[in-house]
Design a protein around this ligand. Structure first.
Ligand SMILES: [Zn+2]
Length: 270
């Protein structure tokens, strides 16, 4: 656990900013174009994201929040709003994102949807919707560099699809299918997630990103659960919000803990 945010330069124009607090170990990403810079996700409780970013770039700044969970739409997002930066999120994440934000800041929160692009000058970021973990989860694709920022949408080794706000696995599968189509054209894509420490601790100590093989496996596991060829082991997660949920977990090679709610696989036949 560290007292300050950690900044890691991943490559030219791309930085990971990592919080390792008592609440969470979680990542945000800064992408710096010639004209503008964008931060993906707003960390959890630790202050300093805005100052960290300002020490790297003085370009106009905005933030894309991939989904409204408090470890991605937290203190850093609040700092960006207070500094007058626009913050983008899916309208389907409105309630979650605005839960902890004072009313005065709401005007700076804007909608994004499938196909929206952010032109930073020499860098274009594309928004792709991947609902499932939450109803309005998005991922961000940097096509020229073949980099995908996925936050929690496909997990980081562990995946939480058992949450009260998570969608049916059948709905998730169609989004995963779309991602598979994209990766078929860009098979060497590096996928930077919201919790890179999980990849390093549970998948490969020398790798801080996921790749197509992980998504292939996730797709196959999801299909298996839906078709009934795969049944997860019963799992207990000692948190209030998990109470009364019948959680199961399956695993593959890279997907180490795929949690789902056994009652939210497909629509019940009436
Ligand atoms: Zn999440």
């Amino acid at each position: 656990m560290k007292q300050e945010l950690t900044v890691i330069k991943l490559q030219e124009k791309l930085y990971r900013i990592q919080e390792d607090s008592e609440f969470m170990n979680v990542d945000a990403y800064l992408i710096c174009g010639q004209d503008k810079a964008v931060v993906i996700d707003g960390l959890a409780i630790m202050p300093g994201l805005y100052d960290c970013v300002r020490a790297i770039t003085d370009k106009p700044l905005s933030m894309i929040v991939t989904h409204g969970h408090p470890d991605h739409a937290g203190k850093g997002m609040q700092e960006f709003l207070e500094a007058g930066c626009e913050v983008y999120r899916s309208p389907r994440e409105k309630e979650l994102v605005e839960l902890y934000i004072p009313e005065t800041d709401l005007a700076l929160i804007k909608d994004i949807e499938e196909g929206n692009t952010f032109n930073l000058g020499g860098i274009i970021l594309e928004i792709m919707e991947l609902p499932g973990h939450t109803p309005g989860s998005v991922v961000v694709f940097w096509r020229n560099e073949k980099i995908l920022f996925s936050s929690d949408a496909i997990g980081s080794g562990g995946l939480w699809m058992q949450l009260p706000e998570s969608l049916l696995l059948t709905e998730y599968l169609s989004g995963l299918g779309k991602l598979e189509d994209l990766l078929a054209n860009y098979p060497e894509t590096k996928i930077y997630t919201g919790h890179s420490w999980q990849i390093i601790s549970h998948i490969d100590k020398d790798r801080d990103y996921l790749n197509k093989a992980y998504v292939d496996e996730l797709f196959a596991l999801t299909e298996g659960i839906i078709e009934g060829t795969l049944t997860g082991d019963k799992k207990e997660i000692p948190m209030d919000i998990m109470e009364g949920i019948d959680i199961r977990s399956v695993k593959g090679n890279e997907v180490v803990d795929y949690c789902y709610d056994v009652r939210k696989i497909h629509k019940k036949k009436i």
